[in-house]
Design a protein around this ligand. Structure first.
Ligand SMILES: NC(=O)c1ccc[n+]([C@@H]2O[C@H](COP(=O)([O-])OP(=O)(O)OC[C@H]3O[C@@H](n4cnc5c(N)ncnc54)[C@H](O)[C@@H]3O)[C@@H](O)[C@H]2O)c1
Length: 428
């Protein structure tokens, strides 16, 4: 059997570590480089610095084919195919910050004929600009669609692989298609700008679906409808589909907020006002804050009240706190004078760094002890199995705002709670 192509990965975060270990699992020798020397050291010791199901096992299993380094020369010497997986956070203006991508380009010697495969999410036009600057480099856009919490399985079972290349880079695109071939999934071969837009448009559309159902939820509350029933009835229409139609307290995470904002700003930079996305962002911001009114309806002023947050990560099965709804909610509660206590099954470390003056407890029961209200922020499966009747007795006041419509309202009411969902009939 021919030797498998060597692969280089730049940036060993969520996308980079999953990419590196999955390609190693497919038999490729992989060198993964990061500027964060402590992360590289931890990975060399076999420690995976993020909570992502199946990832530690994959890293351990493929240790022989997976090398970690902080030295870009070592990376460039080891592989021609370089997957760029560095972060592209928002700038203060909401545009994508490409400084990490630029730093990677600076490590490539002029005249470098490596293939740069862009997995980082970048504004449309980035690839063309890089190609102008580094004419010897081959450039392929291959945006990543994995979801934190199921990243390994998403990578290994893609529903599509988007490969964008411009004239002259067909051979580089073929090489990328070759390494993805064993994974199946429909391959979308296109130009670079379209590939870049596919990623931004996909995330913006999903965020739009979430903000749409959240507005339907808010209207449902006014007219006595139940948004979970509305979404069920809508989602069975195959033109609509049921995914991303769950009302709640808004989307967060490292991708949706920044990518929606980046697309809005990208459009604005061309002179086009993307009105729809402006509304999507505003609905999402307001949605996180609606919890305050729900609490005040039952408690009056929140000053001096103790509110327990259940779940802090932006979604279950991750410890990622980036743009989590819990951050805004905790700050708003504190702004109203409430004391905030919280519990998250895995995000305690990142939460400690991200949250101010929130009392983190080691279990849901300890967070609820003596609380005047609880807010379910992240739908961790373990919250479905709590002894809610027992917990009601430990609270000063058994009020629960279910920010993800995750629990059964009747079961909670039977357990002694006053239950408030999002877009569900409530108790006055
Ligand atoms: N996290 C996701 O779910 C997800 C999904 C799809 C796409 N993306 C996109 O993929 C990209 C990476 O996201 P992430 O969540 O993995 O980011 P991350 O912050 O988890 O990881 C980025 C890594 O890159 C490293 N890095 C930064 N500059 C570097 C440099 N010059 N050289 C080498 N390493 C460098 C950082 O130290 C960090 O370890 C972003 O553009 C993101 O939008 C993320």
């Amino acid at each position: 059997m021919a030797d498998k192509q060597a692969i280089g990965v730049v940036g060993v975060g969520w996308v980079g570590l999953v990419t590196a270990s999955c390609f190693a699992e497919l038999g490729h020798p992989v060198v993964a480089m990061d500027i964060d020397a402590s992360k590289v050291e931890a990975l060399r010791r076999g420690e995976v610095p993020i909570h992502e199901p199946d990832l530690p096992e994959l890293v351990t299993k493929n240790a022989e084919r997976l090398r970690f380094t902080a030295d870009s020369d070592e990376l460039l010497a080891a592989a021609d195919l370089l997957f760029c997986c560095v972060d592209t956070p928002p700038t203060v203006s909401g545009d994508a910050d490409l400084s990490r991508v630029r730093a990677v380009l600076e490590t490539l010697p002029s005249g470098s004929d490596h293939v740069l495969v862009m997995k980082s999410t970048v504004p449309a036009g980035t690839g063309a600009a890089i190609r102008r600057e580094k004419p010897a480099l081959a450039y392929v856009s291959c945006p990543e669609f994995l979801k934190e919490g199921s990243a390994v399985s998403d990578f290994m079972n893609p529903d599509r692989v988007v490969i964008g290349a411009d004239p002259g880079d067909e051979a580089a695109a073929d090489a990328v298609e070759d390494v993805y071939r064993p994974l199946g999934g429909e391959v979308v071969r296109t130009d670079v700008a379209s590939a870049e837009m596919i990623k931004l448009a996909a995330n913006a559309f999903l965020a739009t679906k979430i903000s749409f159902i959240n507005e339907i939820a808010n209207v449902s509350e006014e007219v006595g409808a139940d948004v979970t029933e509305v979404a069920r009835g809508m989602g069975l229409d195959e033109r609509i589909g049921s995914s991303f139609l769950r009302a709640g307290i808004g989307y967060g995470g490292s991708c949706f907020p920044k990518d929606v904002s980046a697309l809005k700003q990208l459009a604005g930079n061309t002179g086009y006002h993307f009105q729809l996305l402006t509304a999507v962002i505003e609905v999402n911001e307001l949605q996180k804050r609606r919890v305050i009114k729900k609490l005040e309806k039952h408690l009056g002023s929140l000053a001096g009240k103790r509110v327990a947050l259940l779940g802090l990560a932006f979604k279950p099965d991750t410890d990622d706190m980036r743009e989590a709804s819990s951050l805004v909610l905790a700050a708003r509660l504190q702004g109203e004078g409430a004391e905030v206590v919280a519990y998250d099954p895995v995000a305690e470390g990142p939460a400690r760094e991200a949250l101010n003056a929130v009392d983190l407890r080691p279990s849901a029961a300890e967070a609820l002890d003596g609380a005047d209200a609880a807010v379910l922020v992240t739908e961790w499966p373990e919250f479905a199995d709590l002894d809610w009747a027992g917990l009601a007795g430990r609270m000063a006041n058994p009020l629960l705002v279910d920010g993800r419509n995750f629990l059964d309202p009747q079961a909670l009411r039977d357990a002694g709670f006053v239950y408030e969902g999002i877009g569900r009939p409530s108790e006055d």
